[in-house]
Design a protein around this ligand. Structure first.
Ligand SMILES: [Zn+2]
Length: 284
């Protein structure tokens, strides 16, 4: 059972002299692995220790590299990382809004690292994740973790009881953006999902979501343009954002079968379709 959140007796700022003492306290249980977590459960904590060349520490947010693909001797990235095990645990945090305890080690090389030993720096949330080629040119999975202003007395909860503390998890995983361009795309498709054709009827009219193929904002910097937006139902929006399905260049649907529904006045830009495939999809 994983324990998420702050631990009694170890408020943010608590110092530890070694991985063994972090482990004994339960703040970060594994003695070697940088991610403490399991697939389908989530990751309770991570350690920033300088092991990964692609890590970035900006204080209030981190770009953290997933696990795997490194030469155990040199520590260099020698093969592609895959989205399995503890990397998938961090995806679970993203989907469920689960907090991650972040511990900084002195040897991380970061300006925010403690002068010696390890320091527990509080809770961060996995705001986004994607795949890219790291400094080594191999694929790495990257996770953007953001610190949230939270109550240091926030309750601790177990992985088997996620329901109880839901009110403390005020965190939006996907921003449903409503731009004029997004509305235009939805109107072109009459609010029908471009994957399943469903238009959700609500008491306030039809509802659909606009999905930016190449996400807006850093680091992706996709444009808010007609060619970069899909009209999707909420289910297919989540699946698209998590790479559960992708588009081929002919707009057929990888992992789902069939083809994207299109409209003559809504042309997609293939460069963005490829970007999504490369950064979020399953490589085939
Ligand atoms: Zn749909």
């Amino acid at each position: 059972v994983a324990t998420f959140g702050h631990l009694e007796g170890y408020p943010p700022g608590t110092m530890f002299d070694s991985r063994a003492s972090l482990s004994a306290a339960g703040v970060h249980t594994p003695r070697q692995a940088g991610i403490s977590g399991a697939q389908n459960v989530g990751a309770a904590s991570i350690v920033l220790s300088g092991g990964y060349e692609d890590d970035e520490d900006h204080g209030t947010y981190l770009i953290y590299t997933g696990a795997g693909g490194r030469d155990p001797k040199t520590g260099g990235q020698t093969s592609d990382q895959v989205l399995t095990r503890t990397n998938l645990a961090l995806v679970k945090n993203h989907l469920e809004g689960l907090p991650v305890r972040v511990i900084r080690g002195a040897q991380s090389g970061s300006a925010y690292a403690p002068p010696h030993g390890y320091r527990y720096d509080g809770l961060y949330y996995v705001q986004a994740y994607w795949r890219e080629r790291g400094l080594s040119k191999h694929h790495v999975w990257r996770f953007r973790l953001e610190q949230k202003q939270d109550d240091p007395r926030a309750p601790v909860f177990q992985s088997s009881s996620w329901e109880a503390p839901q009110r403390t998890l005020i965190f939006q995983q996907r921003t449903v953006r409503s731009t004029a361009m997004a509305r235009r795309v939805k109107e072109i498709h009459h609010y029908r999902c471009q994957v399943c054709g469903l238009a959700l009827q609500t008491r306030a009219g039809f509802y659909a979501e606009s999905a930016h193929i190449r996400p807006l904002g850093r680091p992706h910097d996709g444009p808010d343009s007609l060619g970069n937006i899909l009209c999707l139902c909420p289910n297919h929006h989540v699946m698209f954002d998590t790479g559960a399905f992708c588009l081929r260049d002919d707009l057929s649907l990888i992992n789902l079968g069939g083809k994207l529904r299109t409209a003559p006045q809504h042309r997609l830009a293939l460069e963005h379709v490829r970007y999504h495939r490369e950064h979020f999809g399953v490589l085939v």
